[in-house]
Design a protein around this ligand. Structure first.
Ligand SMILES: *[C@@H]1O[C@H](CO)[C@@H](O)[C@H](O)[C@H]1NC(C)=O
Length: 151
């Protein structure tokens, strides 16, 4: 009598776990499975196109595949910019100091920084194919020959 009662309890627990697992996997697959890459699911269950943000703005959280109902357009974080309307995120601004160049224009939320010439004591190393690297390198000792920047 006692043994069958315990067994019944165990079976109840077992089925509760199965139903819970079924519910959880459906919550993930059923609710988000059929919204597309740039769609979120609203409260009525419809897939809605994610918001596109204007220049200088991006969504406050990821939006797509059913998620992001409460995503809002917010201004780019410091040292990031976005030039156009669209789904894309703000990109990090160029850091002219990091590539040893003068700064011709500061970064704003809608435009990247513009770097100028090499800082004194640095020069542009021409690659074999003629491609000029963004980064200016130190002149060194001795300086490279025929390099006006290093005289
Ligand atoms: C960039 O901003 C700094 C600090 O606000 C300012 O001192 C500097 O003149 C600006 N540079 C340019 C190129 O506008």
């Amino acid at each position: 009598m006692m043994a069958s009662k315990i067994q019944l309890e165990q079976e109840k627990t077992f089925f509760t776990i199965i139903i819970l697992l079924g519910y959880l996997s459906c919550k993930v697959i059923c609710e988000t499975g059929d919204c597309r890459q740039q769609e979120f699911r609203d409260r009525s269950g419809n897939c809605i196109l994610c918001n596109q943000c204007g220049p200088g703005m991006e969504l406050s959280k990821e939006c797509g595949f059913g998620y992001g109902e409460d995503a809002q357009c917010v201004t780019c974080r410091p040292h990031r910019f976005k030039e156009d309307w669209g789904f894309q995120k703000c990109k990090p601004c160029l850091d002219c100091a990091l590539v040893n160049r003068f700064q011709k224009a500061n970064c704003s939320v809608t435009s990247d920084a513009i770097c100028g010439d090499c800082l004194p004591g640095f020069y542009r190393k021409t690659k074999l194919v003629g491609f000029q690297d963004m980064e200016c390198v130190p002149c060194g000792d001795p300086p490279p020959p025929y390099e006006p920047h290093c005289e």
